[in-house]
Design a protein around this ligand. Structure first.
Ligand SMILES: C[S@@+](CC[C@H](N)C(=O)[O-])C[C@H]1O[C@@H](n2cnc3c(N)ncnc32)[C@H](O)[C@@H]1O
Ligand SMILES: [Zn+2]
Length: 373
């Protein structure tokens, strides 16, 4: 997606109806720059009923494996989930606390994600008297009122030994350095003519990830101080979505997450023009926030009604003229069966293939300059 000077960037939003375990199969590898989602919580809602916990976990795993594959290297997966209480068998005495946060953490590690953080989202004051134990103020059978959910942060780092050219001179005459962290290959420039040499005559050290991060340091990608302050600690308080007004669900979805969650994920872990995926889109909150922040979005939900709801929310969001000042937005509604050869917008900041091609040109220019001198 090359943007000519004076031309507004086109941002695309895809609302896909279908089962993510199938839909994601048709996405290319490493084509998404952030995944942020909240899956159905096991047997907590009408849309999330499974015969057993292990069948539920297997279904979720299939989708997270695909999420890992489609996510670009050195990018982030943000997973919001609550621990639930539910009956694990037919009998009432099988009622148990199910630590979905812990189960998903281990599952994602097994898939290959690096577990990085667990924000505890404190949802405020719940209206419940569960702690009173039905008025029995003697020991045992006391349980706290649940007031938190997890926001789990995972990184994808797959060791890639493609020789990334030096960001200063563009040469591929570089040597292997140690990994800067597990899965992040680091390189050192060996070009004696490179303008970046240390006092001890060492070449520039860098990795695909550091090149991407350096390129992303532009004013449009800077994060406001107040926002960083809000997410300073791993316990963070903000309100859940109030959807029931006068006994009626005004939103049309039973379990939307607040905009705070995708806003955090998008601002902290993507650049303008990146593509954001939500494989359990629900009311398409992620797409709404992506649109507001100038990111492409891809949302998938298996329930047709939610596609209509998402479309309605997107149209309302995009009717705000401010969003069109620097971008034009396009919405596409698709079905599982239409997406055989789907492709997504490249990162404006760092795309490995483009970076290698552009560096080659830069290197040739540098070599010519040296020859002339
Ligand atoms: C917790 S809700 C997500 C809510 C969303 N974050 C929002 O703000 O509205 C989970 C959603 O996943 C959808 N879902 C469940 N299994 C799915 C699957 N295999 N593929 C696609 N969507 C699925 C449900 O229809 C539901 O809307
Ligand atoms: Zn160099």
């Amino acid at each position: 997606m090359k943007i000519k000077k004076g031309k507004r960037m086109e941002i695309k939003h895809r609302l896909i109806h279908g089962d993510s375990s199938k839909v994601l199969k048709s996405f290319p590898d490493e084509s998404i720059h952030l995944a942020v989602t909240s899956p159905p919580y096991f047997n907590a809602r009408e849309y999330s009923q499974w015969p057993t916990l292990s069948e539920y976990l297997e279904d979720m795993k299939k989708i997270f494996i695909e999420t890992f594959r489609v996510l670009d290297n050195h990018r982030v997966f943000v997973l919001n989930v609550g621990d639930v209480n539910c009956q694990l068998g037919k009998q009432p005495w099988t009622n148990s606390r199910v630590p979905l946060g812990a189960l998903f953490t281990v599952m994602c590690q097994q898939i290959g994600f690096k577990y990085v953080d667990n924000f505890i989202w404190h949802k405020g004051e719940p209206q419940s008297f569960r702690h009173m134990n039905g008025g029995n103020n003697y020991p045992f059978y006391h349980y706290p009122v649940n007031s938190y959910e997890h926001i789990l942060i995972f990184h994808k780092h797959v060791l890639d030994s493609t020789r990334i050219p030096c960001p200063v001179c563009g040469t591929t005459q570089v040597q292997n350095n140690s990994q800067s962290e597990i899965g992040v290959q680091s390189w050192e420039c060996n070009n004696e003519e490179c303008s970046h040499r240390s006092p001890g005559n060492r070449g520039k050290r860098y990795s695909a990830r550091s090149v991407m991060m350096d390129k992303g340091k532009t004013p449009e990608n800077s994060i406001e101080k107040e926002f960083l302050q809000k997410w300073r600690k791993d316990i963070v308080t903000f309100s859940p979505v109030i959807k029931i007004i006068k006994g009626e669900n005004r939103l049309g979805h039973t379990a939307p997450f607040p905009e705070d969650i995708p806003e955090m994920a998008i601002k902290l872990y993507t650049y303008k023009g990146d593509t954001v995926l939500d494989p359990f889109a629900g009311s398409f909150t992620t797409s709404v926030v992506a649109a507001k922040l100038g990111r492409n979005s891809v949302g998938i939900d298996m329930k047709k009604d939610y596609i209509s709801l998402g479309l309605k929310r997107m149209k309302i969001t995009l009717s705000q003229k401010r969003l069109f000042e620097s971008h034009t937005h396009k919405i596409e509604v698709l079905d599982e069966s239409d997406i055989k050869n789907i492709s997504f917008e490249k990162s404006q900041v760092f795309n490995k293939e483009d970076y290698i091609n552009e560096s080659e040109k830069k290197n040739t220019k540098n070599l010519n300059k040296i020859k002339k001198i």
